[in-house]
Design a protein around this ligand. Structure first.
Ligand code: UDX
Length: 524
């Protein structure tokens, strides 16, 4: 190992939604010659190893890519997901243990650490980076708009925008225009759901507020978005002190295009690949994929509504029903549901989501709009029926609908208010997503965005003859042409920017590496 290699220490928050993008980023950097130390808590590492193929556990370190596990300070048998507040406190206090392992736990011959890339809620890394004299790079796993709102929580507090009063959350006279980054005006309901409370001493309210103070103290900022989706001007608003802030996403996409199954390697649960075989037997664009990420919990009453809504929609479905989807209690489905839908429905405990979304049989995604799921869906051109549950998911859902126009939501349902979404609403939503003109429009827009994301990831998309003919007709003939032209002009610019010499995100990541190489501390 060359002692002058760049060495990035990568520290995700120990949750699926941040391990995924950071492990993907780690692979992107590794393939550009950066030495990687990937930090997991012992709990995450155990889950990942358990979920991996028994004969092919790919969590063993190589000479240039090391996994390092550290204890999170909680007893090993303590439920991490069932005691989230306790875990938050433990992670906030992880700094000294992390520093100890970085100083004493790296094998001989490891190049000196160049930088610590920390997920945006790993405030404990600030002191570690300071003590070790290396820059701290903040990685935002949310879209830039959500990240800006989070980073500016204190501004929102001082202007009276948070805490959000539930009854005012949709009021047009309460729109938020004080945030930087040229964001579209935000509704109070777009803000992180943890700010919707009447009790400002609420644990999550205080936690998010506390973290925001550290999120402005970065030496470099990377965001899992791309310039054609959220403008560089928006992304750069995440630099609170003039440091660079760059869009480098979707980080999963270049790995996926290269055939690297990083999402499987990152998975905390075993992915059930049998559903891919079932998808092979389905008609193109016919299946609705249903999943709410790794954390959302649905009551049994809600699960019943969802099951019946899906059944009544009459579309084939692939539904991820996590073991812990109903919280502490076992999930129960309506009597006879599985038998009645066995010819057109499949339920799995955990799916290979990216592979599912890239399967030609999938035509829509009923999703909680977690940012990873949102990026994965738009990168595969799959329109979304958004059903946000918590955190940044509300903004993602609204932007998919109103800003990017690649999704719809469950109309008239304020899912944030602990209401049970009724079967009729679910049925209606699924039908709108899968059937008729609106569905067609959404799919078309989804395909356009898919192309933009592939280009941003540096992929040279070959446009086939059928596409060209169709494109020319759409551009030149009839009513739709006008609308198409307008949109095409916007996308043209995005495509030009993205294809240059490598895509925008590709170049941004190169720039990040170059900047790290030019650090003045002599170790490079
Ligand atoms: C959380 C937050 O909820 C989300 O809002 C935030 O932006 C990131 O962290 P999570 O709720 O788990 O994450 O959702 P999401 O961001 O969508 O991440 C879930 C990941 O798990 C995705 O990368 C998805 O591909 C993967 N997944 C999901 C699977 O591999 N299999 C599944 O069956 C379901």
């Amino acid at each position: 190992m060359e002692m002058n290699a760049l060495h990035a220490v990568i520290v995700p928050y120990p949750a699926q939604g941040t391990i995924n993008p950071l492990l993907n980023l780690a692979h992107l950097l590794s393939s550009r010659g950066v030495f990687i130390t990937f930090i997991n808590t012992e709990w995450s590492h155990r889950c990942m190893s358990k979920a991996a193929d028994k004969d092919n556990d790919d969590h063993n370190s190589t000479s240039t890519f090391r996994f390092l596990s550290i204890p999170d300070g909680l007893p090993p048998d303590r439920g991490r997901l069932s005691n989230p507040a306790e875990r938050v406190i433990a992670i906030e206090n992880l700094g000294p243990v992390l520093e100890h392992h970085l100083r004493c736990g790296l094998p001989e011959g490891t190049p000196p650490i160049t930088c610590i890339i920390a997920e945006s809620f790993m405030s404990c890394t600030l002191q570690v980076a300071n003590n070790m004299g290396v820059p701290r790079v903040i990685f935002w796993p949310m879209c830039a708009a959500s990240s800006i709102a989070q980073c500016n929580s204190n501004l929102l507090l001082s202007r009276g925008h948070i805490p959000v009063k539930v009854e005012e959350s949709k009021r047009a006279d309460k729109v938020i225009t004080c945030l930087p980054g040229n964001l579209p005006p935000l509704l109070p309901s777009d803000l992180c759901s943890f700010y919707r409370t009447t009790d400002t001493s609420d644990f999550y309210f205080q936690w998010f507020l506390r973290e925001s103070q550290f999120q402005s103290k970065a030496d470099y900022v990377l965001v899992n978005t791309f310039d054609e989706l959220e403008a560089p001007q928006t992304v750069s608003a995440l630099s609170c002190n003039g440091c660079p802030a760059l869009a480098v996403g979707p980080v999963f996409l270049p790995n996926f295009l290269e055939g690297k199954d990083v999402s499987k390697q990152a998975s905390l649960l075993e992915q059930d690949e049998s559903c891919l075989k079932w998808l092979d037997t389905q008609q193109p664009e016919s299946v609705i994929y249903v999943s709410f990420g790794s954390l959302a919990v649905l009551s049994n009453e809600q699960l019943e509504e969802l099951a019946v809504g899906l059944e009544k929609s009459e579309h084939p479905f692939l539904w991820v029903l996590r073991m812990d989807i109903a919280g502490g209690t076992p999930a129960t489905l309506p009597e006879g549901f599985e038998e009645r839908t066995k010819d057109r429905g499949v339920i799995v405990k955990w799916a290979p989501q990216v592979k599912v979304l890239s399967h030609t049989s999938v035509g829509g995604f009923l999703t909680h709009c977690g940012w990873n799921s949102t990026l994965e869906s738009m990168s595969m051109g799959i329109p979304m029926l958004g059903w946000p549950h918590f955190s940044d998911q509300f903004l993602d859902c609204r932007f998919c609908k109103d800003v990017w126009k690649i999704g719809i939501d469950l109309e008239g349902v304020d899912a944030g208010e602990n209401v049970v979404v009724r079967r009729e609403e679910i049925e209606k939503g699924v039908r709108r997503l899968m059937e008729g003109k609106e569905a067609e429009e959404l799919r078309k827009r989804g395909m356009e965005l898919k192309e933009a994301t592939f280009k941003a990831a540096g992929e040279n998309v070959v446009v086939r003859r059928e596409e060209i003919e169709k494109g020319v007709r759409r551009l030149m003939e009839g009513k739709e042409a006008e609308e198409l032209r307008k949109r095409s002009m916007e996308l043209k610019e995005a495509a030009f920017k993205a294809v240059g010499e490598g895509g925008s995100s590709f170049l941004n990541l190169n720039r990040f590496i170059q900047d790290m190489m030019q650090l003045p501390n002599g170790e490079l």
